[in-house]
Design a binder for this molecule. Structure first.
Ligand SMILES: Cc1cn([C@H]2C[C@H](O)[C@@H](COP(=O)(O)OP(=O)(O)OP(=O)(O)O)O2)c(=O)[nH]c1=O
Length: 186
């Protein structure tokens, strides 16, 4: 049995493009983490999510965690509209990294990695940032934006895997293929 240890509808949709049958069991692992390196942080949380679900239900379990990083800082999910505004202000006009750590637990062993995509934002004026914050889109997303939604407009270019920005790098699907899963059925 393949299990996606995630409550994110976006992760479920992306995996469903490649794999017909899997279960979705969100992790109960704590997201409290003091690591300061963004890659280490995303990896640690991905591992916790995957192992917590693996220990409960077994099978092959996928966990992932996405962070936005700029100037060595980690931007997670905003806790308020003010924080969402501050994050978008920080990202305006510059290049940042979106990092997704992933962990696949298979037959009691883990395969893990971190995928980095660079994203360049246009200059955003305050009026535009507030209008975007009021759409409600930023609130459940790392870095306070969703490239798949209205914030697609903010993006001048990206380098790397687009799906990684949405939270599910296709490197995960590639690893599943290496483990023998049929990723192109139908
Ligand atoms: C930057 C960016 C992030 N995101 C999302 C991906 C992730 O769902 C979220 C980051 O939070 P995560 O903690 O990685 O994931 P989650 O809490 O949504 O789900 P779970 O822990 O149960 O797997 O931000 C977008 O959807 N689009 C974007 O452009």
């Amino acid at each position: 049995m393949l299990v996606l240890a995630s409550a994110s509808p976006r992760r479920r949709e992306i995996l469903a493009r490649f794999i017909d049958r899997f279960e979705v069991i969100p992790s109960r692992a704590s997201e409290e983490c003091n690591l300061e390196d963004p890659t280490e942080y995303a990896l640690e949380l991905a591992r916790r999510k995957a192992w917590e679900v693996y220990e409960r239900v077994g099978g092959t379990v996928i966990g992932a965690d996405t962070v936005v990083s700029i100037d060595g800082r980690i931007l997670g999910k905003p806790r308020s509209e003010e924080e969402a505004y501050e994050m978008l202000k920080t990202l305006s006009g510059g290049v940042h990294m979106v990092i997704t750590g992933y962990c696949i637990v298979h037959e009691g062993k883990e395969i893990s990695g971190a995928v980095v995509t660079e994203v360049k934002f246009r200059e955003l004026d305050d009026e535009l940032i507030w209008a975007y914050v009021r759409t409600g889109e930023p609130m459940d997303k790392a870095g306070a934006y969703g490239i798949q939604g209205k914030a697609g407009l903010f993006v001048e270019w990206i380098r790397g895997d687009y799906y990684n920005v949405v939270g599910f790098p296709l490197e995960i699907v590639w690893r599943l293929r290496e483990l023998g899963f049929d990723v192109l059925s139908r």
